[in-house]
Design a protein around this ligand. Structure first.
Ligand code: SF4
Length: 201
């Protein structure tokens, strides 16, 4: 665990040095324009799971007035402790097949949508720019928009590493004993909740 935290801290230090202009140049070369097809939000077109940090859930809750459990649920997991409780390491946005926030093809939480949504179809992996499947790829993008996307990708990458470090620093193993049947381990510690198979808390 200590070794992993050390690796992540090194990755964090490298992440802060990422050259946004170089990422923006790559985005410009690839080209991207959101066509508002909303396919990335729909289950018919592939995995539309959106992982969210606790801070993102809180922000969406504040902006929408929705309760935490109406915004996100624990990510599915096969990990169990000796008492049979499930342990998971992520929250994901609620879905009803399609994302629960998709309304007539539009995002109801557009202004506070999570990083994964605002940076789609791009992400950084070991500081390299990666691209997911998207119909908007190949369209011209302005310098300004490419820079904005690059800055957001760097911010997201740094946030992901920080979340992982905080999670590992607080992780105390798969110990039973909380009030609930599922434990979500995140950057804030352990959250024990009752959760049934139909996805209700
Ligand atoms: S939060 Fe908005 S952009 Fe993200 S998947 Fe849901 S509807 Fe789509």
């Amino acid at each position: 665990m200590k070794e992993k935290i050390i690796q992540l801290k090194k990755a964090l230090s490298k992440a802060t040095m990422i050259d946004e202009s170089a990422i923006a140049d790559k985005i410009k070369a690839i080209g991207y324009n959101c066509l508002r097809c909303a396919k990335c939000c729909m289950e018919d077109y592939g995995d539309n799971t959106v992982s969210v940090f606790p801070s993102e859930i809180r922000r969406i809750s504040e902006k929408t007035g929705l309760k935490w459990e109406d915004v996100a649920v624990p990510a599915p997991s096969e990990d169990r402790d000796d008492a049979g409780n499930i342990h998971t390491f992520e929250w994901v946005l609620k879905k009803n097949g399609d994302c629960a926030f998709l309304d007539n093809g539009l995002c109801r939480i557009y202004e506070c949508r999570p990083y994964i949504c605002s940076t789609y179809p791009f992400y950084l992996l070991e500081e390299r720019l990666m691209v997911s499947e998207c119909e908007g790829i190949g369209y011209a993008i302005s310098d300004e928009d490419a820079m904005k996307m690059a800055a957001l990708l760097k911010k997201r990458y740094i946030a992901e590493i920080r979340e992982s470090i905080a999670l590992l620093e607080k992780f105390r193993g798969f110990n039973p004993g909380g009030r609930g049947n599922i434990c979500i381990h995140d950057s804030q510690g352990e959250h024990w909740i009752y959760f049934n198979d139909s996805g209700k808390i």
